[in-house]
Design a protein around this ligand. Structure first.
Ligand code: ADP
Length: 467
């Protein structure tokens, strides 16, 4: 695979080459055509002058019109001949004997009267010569005669060769300079990409703390580096969370298992009364029930993480679901002498396309928390309301509240702040709110939290009506 810098240079050179080639050919064609026009026009104007003189005129001025334009450049012809009808040269001026050209009458007779014809021939001396010829009627009916002027093309050939030489030298030189310049530019432009690649290789090797150097300018490369860094930061955060999650999870599982093992080992060391066995077994059972709940929660989050946990949505009567759930958990609140009420501000039932089991789990978690973190005798209100295309479900208590610095973290996995109040039900895993958040978001909703330490907490779940 050709490196990008070489590819760029090749493309760049190919473009320069095509432009220069086109430019060279155009210059060459234009110059040769122009020179030819100058020679032809000069020959034509001089033929006309000679004709005028012979007709007894003044010879006119030295200008003539070619394609409607005045031609002012006059070149002294190398050959001037006046030829009569019989092919005899009646008058001749030569710049050098080398320029002599024999008369070919078959060619001369083909000339159209009064019209100048141009032709390029090779002289006996082997030089190329441009001829201008004209057939003219003589005065007083003395027959026709021919004016023939010749201009050696040697100078013209020399100019053409010079031009070819100049083009032949300058084009390769420009291409050479262009290729160095192109390579330099491509190197310069791609250097940051090289740096990014090297850093990316190190990151790929496992070092997620590495960052790609971001160029000062926010051009395409700068934006690429910034986006790349953001991606690595997100990856690092996800990895860290995952690591934290795994270590928290194993810790949560290991500690109670170690305690249970210790309890059972000590109990088994010697014979004990039945009541002692019963005590250890029932406390172990309690712990096993709690651990099963924890494993269940871990499984939910792990599946949610890899996108394998899907909602089973069907039309769900949310009003009934909230009433039944609060009724179900009410004994727990009564046990703590708390007042748990459910109020719906909508007269009819609210029906939502949702996963009933998950919504129930969400509400149970929120109300369970409210009961856990509210003193005995407190109040807990569950309110249902709808409007503006959404359903609002609020769980509010007048419990201990959440410290402002913890508000943003309560939805984190394994985040636990409050020491449980009174009974064992408060002994949570710190996964409840993380699961609640996942359920709300999986339904396309949002969860908000307002809390005042010492005065109470409100969790407000907003679910879109058109789920
Ligand atoms: P858990 O209740 O198992 O500890 P959660 O994820 O449900 O875990 O809650 C995380 C933390 O949020 C709790 O430890 C507690 O500090 C705080 N919290 C949750 N709900 C309330 C509430 N209603 N009042 C006060 N603190 C709460």
């Amino acid at each position: 695979m050709l490196p990008l810098r070489l590819k760029l240079t090749y493309y760049y050179l190919a473009i320069i080459f095509i432009i220069l080639l086109g430019y060279g050919v155009a210059i060459y064609l234009y110059l040769t055509r122009s020179l030819m026009t100058v020679i032809d026009s000069s020959l034509a104007s001089q033929i006309e002058r000679i004709e005028n003189q012979m007709m007894g005129g003044s010879g006119g001025d030295a200008y003539t019109l070619i394609d409607g334009r005045e031609v002012m450049l006059q070149i002294t012809p190398h050959l001037t001949q006046i030829i009569d009808e019989q092919g005899q040269i009646s008058d001749e001026v030569l710049a050098s004997p080398r320029d002599r050209l024999p008369v070919d009458m078959s060619m001369m007779r083909r000339l159209v009267m009064g019209q100048t014809t141009f032709l390029t021939v090779v002289t006996p001396a082997g030089e190329s010569m441009r001829l201008g010829m004209r057939r003219v009627r003589a005065l007083e009916d003395r027959g026709n005669y021919y004016i023939r002027l010749g201009q050696s093309m040697e100078g013209f050939r020399f100019v053409r060769l010079r031009l070819l030489l100049i083009l032949g030298i300058t084009v390769p030189v420009i291409i050479l300079i262009g290729s160095f310049g192109g390579l330099l530019l491509a190197n310069q432009a791609l250097r940051p990409v090289d740096r990014i690649t090297r850093t990316a290789e190190r990151i790929g090797g496992g070092d997620l703390t590495e960052r790609v150097p971001e160029p000062a300018s926010m051009d395409e490369i700068g934006r690429l580096a910034a986006t790349f860094n953001q991606m690595i930061s997100r990856l690092q955060a996800a990895f860290d969370r995952q690591k934290q999650f795994t270590s928290d999870a194993s810790h949560e599982l290991r500690t109670p298992l170690a305690v249970m093992r210790g309890d059972i080992e000590i109990t088994l060391r010697r014979e004990r009364p039945i009541s002692e066995y019963q005590r250890v077994l029932s406390s172990t059972l309690e712990e096993i029930i709690r651990l099963s709940g924890l494993v269940e929660d871990l499984l939910i989050l792990a599946r949610a993480d890899v996108g394998r946990l899907e909602l089973e949505c069907r039309p769900t009567n949310l009003t009934r679901l909230c009433r039944e759930t609060t009724d179900y958990i009410a004994p727990l609140a009564h046990h703590r002498h708390q007042q748990l009420t459910f109020i719906s501000s909508i007269s009819g039932d609210i029906v939502l396309n949702a996963d009933a089991n998950r919504l129930k789990q969400m509400l149970l978690n929120l109300v369970d928390n409210a009961i856990k973190y509210t003193d005995t005798g407190g109040t807990i209100d569950v309110r249902l309301d709808a409007g503006d295309g959404e359903v609002r479900l609020s769980v509010r208590d007048n419990g201990r509240g959440i410290a402002p610095e913890d508000v943003a973290r309560v939805f984190d996995r394994f985040f636990r702040r409050s020491k449980p109040l009174a009974d064992r039900t408060a002994n949570g895993s710190g996964l409840g709110l993380a699961i609640v958040k996942w359920i709300v978001e999986a339904h396309g909703g949002k969860i908000e939290l307002r809390s005042e330490p010492g005065r109470g907490t409100e969790f407000l779940v907003r679910l879109p009506l058109l789920v």
